[in-house]
Design a protein around this ligand. Structure first.
Ligand code: NAG
Ligand code: NAG
Ligand code: NAG
Ligand code: NAG
Ligand code: NAG
Ligand code: NAG
Ligand code: NAG
Ligand code: NAG
Ligand code: NAG
Ligand code: NAG
Ligand code: NAG
Ligand code: NAG
Length: 642
């Protein structure tokens, strides 16, 4: 048998020689495998097949002469560390280990490899400092390095690209790199196209030498600790399409002439810095512009000077919290592709033109905290914007032409509406029953208006809002305390017992209304409650003993009502100061330093809440204070253009 078998094996071996991997390369793979967990992961066809041709192993690609050229093992739940042995694969061109849970450092053998052109280890848990290439490496073939979303620390080695032939892209975002931003990028080569350093801890100024990167299309370094000016030289990088430095400490002006240099710009994001000076008119020359964000700076100037007629591609304009003045230019309404428009927190005045009705793609509109007039009428034309999902027009109270009248009926046609901020205006009339038909609505902020009167009990349905449908709502609700704020209106009637449906509520504020009747016992079911404010109403009866069960309560106020009887002691209520109870002459107990007489009221009321009393029905409001409103503004917008 052996006599005939041997030559046959030999023959087969020779026939496959061209495509099978060599033993040395296989041993490198096995060394890599030895450092990887779990034992029974997807790759582990390798373990079973250790006797077979490794070119056929999952994720391995060889060239025609059996040399490994690609390893592609993204999203395989790999744990453990990356073996330096992979650096010995002299034909390896592409290595993709992204979306695993690999830890430890990135072996310097991979950075110093004489063959690897694309190295993607993004979305792992790699840590430590990024190794420098070995000094003996004369020419580095690396073109793309994606180390984003790991745990790398220390300085980014500036020598990394000094000996590269044709670098293209680095994504180092979402790590913990510190020190100065690397500066030597385009000294030996100008071919960088993509540099992403956002979400790190870089400090110091933006390196002027980036201006030498004549092929640079994408430059992002937002969410760092960068300071100083935007260097003049930067605007020599005339290929820039994406310039993004949000949330740093940059200051200074945006120069009109500089902006003209980078005419290919599609996306400019300088929000969350301390830039000042006028908004450059030349922004109106950036014909390709799709997103412009200058929010949260100290910029000023008249928006009228920008010619928006030349920006037909504009999709998002965010100027939140600056000091822009003048009226909204009519030309803005020619940007029919606008999806998000945020002008709140400026000093704009005048009327919002009915032209706003042209913006049929508009999803997000935020105009609050300005000095607009006649906004009630002009907003009527928004009824054509059927995709409107977020309407934030709170706090136009500065002028005496704030949003007035009843909550407009056309809003009931906006089937996608999720958030509606109408706080601090002069709305009157009832909270409309149709609100319960807005199936997507989960946030209605209406505090400080003149809303009042009686509402249909059916509105209670609004409490079954889809808080947890979709990840977005989850994000919102996990970010915000769930708050019901109807304070400072003109609501009458009793607090309905159905309040116990709001189980997850964290803040409840009914202060400064004309509510009457007793504090319902059912409030004690809202066990997540942290703040409860019922002050300045006409509430009567005793404070329910069961409120002592609200163990998370840290703020409590029932002052200025007509409550009576003993303040329950020995529980959560004993932790609040006397000011929480002031202005209720008939209350007694240790808390208000007043002895209870013999005609002491029972600790909680036994009368039933009169069925005859009109019920106040109320809608949901998240965001107690304007500041929280703006936070929601921020989160919502980043969902669309993050
Ligand atoms: C396969 O890759 C090796 C290592 O880079 C190289 O020497 C060989 O020429 C390549 N073979 C073919 C057919 O491209
Ligand atoms: C690596 O694999 C992931 C997941 O398949 C993919 O998204 C990514 O583009 C790949 N990286 C490169 C550089 O091709
Ligand atoms: C990593 O970055 C490279 C280059 O920009 C890119 O091609 C690749 O798709 C990125 N990987 C992932 C997982 O996004
Ligand atoms: C860099 O990677 C992150 C994920 O880690 C991704 O969100 C980002 O878009 C990438 N940057 C570029 C310019 O592709
Ligand atoms: C940053 O990395 C973490 C961990 O991989 C990831 O969950 C998160 O989404 C990343 N953030 C960004 C902005 O890419
Ligand atoms: C941010 O940078 C400044 C100098 O520009 C430095 O004083 C400060 O310590 C840095 N902060 C952090 C958190 O790195
Ligand atoms: C780069 O920008 C600086 C400052 O704006 C300017 O003086 C210089 O001439 C520019 N260099 C080139 C090559 O355009
Ligand atoms: C806003 O601009 C006006 C006039 O341009 C100026 O008077 C005012 O002081 C500025 N306000 C702030 C907060 O910078
Ligand atoms: C409204 O939204 C839908 C779904 O997102 C989209 O298909 C449609 O084009 C939008 N309408 C306009 C006028 O933008
Ligand atoms: C208010 O707006 C309406 C509709 O846009 C307009 O007809 C009316 O003239 C405006 N009122 C004033 C005082 O300008
Ligand atoms: C708002 O505009 C009115 C006139 O329309 C003016 O009297 C008032 O001073 C302005 N308020 C602010 C804060 O600019
Ligand atoms: C509050 O409502 C009552 C009637 O319920 C009404 O008489 C009163 O004018 C309203 N107050 C305000 C400020 O609207």
């Amino acid at each position: 048998m052996k006599f005939f078998g041997l030559p046959l094996t030999l023959l087969l071996y020779m026939a496959f020689l061209a495509t099978s991997c060599n033993e040395q390369e296989k041993s490198c793979l096995l060394q890599f495998l030895a450092g990887i967990l779990p034992e029974d992961g997807n790759t582990m066809s390798w373990r079973d097949g250790s006797g077979t041709d490794c070119c056929k192993w999952e994720g391995i690609t060889c060239n025609e002469s059996g040399s490994i050229i690609e390893i592609s093992l993204a999203s395989r739940s790999l744990e453990g560390s990356i073996s330096p042995a992979l650096g010995k694969l002299t034909g390896l061109l592409r290595l993709n280990l992204s979306y695993n849970s690999l830890s430890g450092g990135l072996p310097s053998e991979l950075i110093s490899s004489g063959s690897i052109t694309v190295l993607d280890v993004s979305f792992n848990r790699l840590s430590g400092v990024l190794p420098k290439p070995h000094p003996s490496i004369l020419e580095q073939p690396l073109q793309a390095l994606n180390i984003s979303s790991n745990l790398f620390t220390g300085q980014f080695p500036s020598t990394l690209w000094e000996r590269t032939r044709n670098p293209v892209a680095i994504n180092a975002s979402n790590n913990s790199f510190n020190g100065l931003m690397p500066s030597s990028f385009c000294i030996s080569s100008s071919s960088f196209a993509v540099l992403d350093f956002s979400f790190n801890k870089f400090s110091g100024s933006i390196p002027a030498s980036l201006g030498e990167c004549s092929a640079l299309r994408v430059l992002k370094a937002g969410y760092n600790n960068l300071s100083g000016l935007l260097p003049d030289e930067l605007f020599n990088a005339t290929s820039l399409e994406y310039l993004s430095f949000p949330s740093n400490g940059l200051h200074g002006l945006l120069d009109d002439a500089h902006i003209m240099n980078i005419r290919k710009l599609v996306n400019l994001d300088l929000g969350g810095n301390t830039l000042n000076g006028k908004i450059p008119d030349s922004i109106g020359q950036l014909k390709r512009l799709e997103e412009l964000r200058l929010n949260n700076n100290n910029m000023s100037g008249e928006l009228q000077k920008i010619n928006f007629y030349k920006l037909p591609n504009l999709k998002a304009l965010d100027l939140l919290y600056n000091n822009f003045t003048g009226t909204v230019p009519e030309s803005i309404y020619s940007c029919v592709n606008l999806i998000a428009l945020r002008l709140s927190g400026n000093n704009l005045h005048g009327q919002v033109s009915p032209g706003i009705g042209n913006l049929k793609s508009l999803v997000f509109l935020s105009l609050g905290a300005n000095n607009f007039t006649n906004i009630t009428n002009t907003l009527q034309v928004l009824k054509n914007c059927r995709n409107l999902t977020f309407l934030l027009i709170g706090t136009n109270f500065r002028a005496d032409c704030s949003l007035s009248g009843e909550i407009p009926l056309w809003l009931s046609k906006l089937q996608n509406l999720e958030m509606l901020f109408l706080n601090r205006n002069r709305l009157n009339g009832p909270i409309p029953a149709w609100i319960k038909n807005l199936n997507s609505l989960f946030c209605l902020d209406i505090y400080s208006n003149n809303l009042g009167g009686e509402l249909p009990a059916a509105l209670m349905g609004v409490f079954e809002l889809p808080f947890y449908i979709g990840s977005f709502q989850y994000r919102i609700t996990s970010t915000f305390p769930k708050t019901l704020d109807f304070s400072d209106n003109n609501l009458t009637g009793v607090i309905p017992q159905e309040i116990d449906q709001l189980k997850s509520l964290e803040k409840l504020n009914f202060s400064f209304n004309s509510l009457s009747g007793e504090i319902p016992q059912q409030l004690s079911s809202l066990t997540n409650l942290q703040q409860l404010d019922l002050s300045s109403n006409h509430l009567t009866g005793a404070i329910p003993l069961a409120l002592n069960n609200l163990h998370f309560l840290s703020q409590f106020n029932v002052s200025h009502n007509d409550l009576e009887g003993t303040i329950p002691i020995g529980g959560q209520l004993s932790t609040f100061p006397s000011s929480s109870f002031d202005g209720n002459p008939k209350l007694c107990g240790i808390m208000v330093d007043k002895l209870c007489g013999s005609a002491e009221a029972p600790p909680f009321s036994v009368h039933s809440t009169a069925q005859t009393v009109k019920r106040v029905v109320f809608a949901i409001a998240f965001g107690v204070f304007f500041g929280v409103g703006v936070l929601s503004d921020q989160i919502v917008l980043s969902r669309y253009f993050g």
